[in-house]
Ligand binder design. Structure first.
Ligand code: GLA
Length: 389
C-alpha cells in the first residue's frame, strides 16, 4: 500500500490555495520479537512496514500551525507559542509535541501549513503515532534546515510520548520509524542505541500481520503498570545483590532465581519475561541471519507464551488468533506484537501457502469471536525520509 502523492498535493492546493514545498514521510512498524524489553534497556527486532504517514506543506513567517488531517477530514489551527495538548483534536498533539521538543532543543521552528495523510492502521499496535511523530520531525528538519542524528531523533519522539503525552513508552517505535531499511529488520540495543540491520528475507517464508480488530482497552494505564512492575523487580535485585544496575537488562536468569523468595510473584514473572525475551531476541537474530524460518518460528511462539503467561499483555482475541495460526501446518510461528491488550499478531508463514493461511485464519477467527479480522502483508520498508512535493 502507498500514499498517493498526487492526491495529497491536490488536497494541499484545495485547502491552502498554493503549492506545497516540503514533504516528509515515515512508516509504521511491526516488531518481530523483543517485546516490552526496550524500556528495560534490552533488545528489540522490529521492521518498518510499507504503511506510512505523509506530510506535505510549507513554512510560514509566523508561529501559526494550520493542520489538516486528510484521513479524518479534520482541520486545526494552533499557535506554537502555546504548545499544549488539544483534547478536541488529539491527532495534533503528536505534531505540536515534536515542535515543543525541538524548541526545547533551541532548533529553529516556525509555523507551517500542512496536510497529513496516512495508511498506517490506527490504534492496532502498528505505531501510527510514531509514524506521525517521525514524519513531523522530518518536516520540521527540512523547514528549519537542520538535521538530528538518528538516535537523537528517536529520543525526541520518545520524549513526546513520555513528557507531552504521559506514556512511559520505550524507544523502539520511533527508532525503527526513523531508521528502517528496505529488506531488513533492525536489531537494536536499547541501552547504547547501537544497531545492526539484519536481512529479513526468507526464501520460503514471509511475515503476515493479522489484526484482531479490537480496540486496545486501557493500554496506557496497563502499559505504565508494567513499567513500574519491572522497576519493583529491579529494586529487589539491586538490594539483594547490593548492585547498581538500574534496569532488568543488568540481570540474568540466575540472578532472578537467586532472589525469587524475596520477590512478589507478579514482579518475578514480569522480570522472567524480560530476561528470557532478551535472550530470545538475540537468538532470533541468529535465526534470521541463517535464514532459518523454523528456528525463528519456535522463538516467536515462546515469546508469545511468555507474554501471555508471565507478562499478561495478551487478550482473548490475540490468544485465539495466535492459537489458530500455530495450529496451521503452514505457519512457523505466531505471536502478539506491540504493546498488546488488543491490536495485531505477527505470523511467519510458508510463502507458497500464504493465501490459504490468511483465508483459514480469518474464517476461523470469525467463527470463534464473531469479529472480522484483517491481514496485512508487508515487505520490510524504508524509514523516515523527505517526500518530493
Ligand atoms: C509500545 C511502545 C514500545 C514498546 C512496545 C512493547 O509499542 O511504544 O516502546 O515498549 O509497546 O514492546
Amino acid at each position: 500500500m502507498s500514499i498517493d502523492a498526487q492526491q495529497l498535493q491536490q488536497l494541499y492546493r484545495e485547502r491552502y490555495n498554493a503549492a506545497p514545498v516540503i514533504g516528509a514521510r515515515a512508516p509504521g512498524r511491526v516488531n518481530i520479537i523483543g517485546e516490552h524489553t526496550d524500556y528495560n534497556h534490552g533488545f528489540v527486532l522490529p521492521m518498518a512496514i510499507e504503511h506510512t504517514t505523509a506530510i506535505l506543506g510549507r513554512s510560514r513567517n509566523d508561529t501559526l500551525l494550520r493542520l489538516y488531517a486528510g484521513n479524518l477530514d479534520r482541520a486545526a489551527e494552533l499557535n506554537l507559542e502555546k504548545r499544549v495538548r488539544n483534547e478536541a483534536e488529539p491527532w495534533t498533539d503528536y505534531i505540536v509535541g515534536v515542535a515543543d521538543q525541538l524548541i526545547a532543543l533551541d532548533k529553529p521552528v516556525s509555523g507551517a501549513d500542512m496536510v497529513i495523510m496516512g495508511d498506517v492502521p490506527v490504534g492496532c499496535g502498528l505505531s501510527s503515532s510514531a509514524a506521525l511523530e517521525m514524519a513531523a520531525l522530518a518536516f520540521f528538519e527540512q523547514a528549519g534546515a537542520f538535521q538530528l542524528d538518528d538516535a537523537a531523533a528517536a529520543q525526541l519522539g520518545q520524549r513526546v510520548e513520555n513528557e507531552f503525552l504521559g506514556l512511559s513508552t520505550g524507544i523502539m517505535d520511533q527508532f525503527i520509524s526513523r531508521c528502517g531499511k528496505a529488506g531488513h529488520a533492525l536489531f537494536l540495543d536499547c541501552r547504547s542505541y547501537a544497531y545492526e540491520l539484519i536481512p529479513a528475507a526468507f526464501e520460503e517464508a514471509l511475515f503476515v500481520i493479522a489484526n484482531t480488530a479490537c480496540p486496545r482497552g486501557l493500554t496506557a494505564s496497563k502499559y505504565n503498570e508494567r513499567v513500574s512492575e519491572c522497576k519493583s523487580a529491579v529494586t529487589v535485585l539491586q538490594e539483594y545483590f547490593n548492585a547498581s544496575g538500574a534496569y532488568l537488562r543488568d540481570y540474568t536468569m540466575n540472578d532472578l532465581l537467586a532472589c525469587q523468595e524475596m520477590m512478589d510473584d507478579v514482579p518475578f514473572r514480569r522480570a522472567r519475561h524480560v530476561i528470557t525475551e532478551n535472550e530470545r531476541t538475540r537468538h532470533a537474530c541468529d535465526a534470521m541471519r541463517q535464514g532459518n524460518a523454523a528456528a525463528l518460528g519456535v522463538l516467536m511462539n515462546e515469546s508469545d507464551i511468555s507474554l501471555r503467561v508471565d507478562y499478561e499483555v495478551t487478550s482473548r482475541e490475540l490468544d485465539i488468533l495466535t492459537d489458530i495460526a500455530r495450529r496451521h501446518p503452514d505457519c512457523y510461528g505466531a505471536r502478539m506484537t506491540g504493546a498488546g491488550f488488543g491490536g495485531c499478531t505477527i505470523n511467519l508463514v510458508r510463502r507458497d501457502a500464504v493465501e490459504v493461511f490468511c483465508a483459514a485464519l480469518l474464517q476461523q477467527y470469525k467463527e470463534k469471536t464473531d469479529k472480522t479480522g484483517e491481514v496485512f502483508i508487508s515487505e520490510p520498508a524504508e524509514g523516515a525520509r523527505p517526500l518530493t512535493p
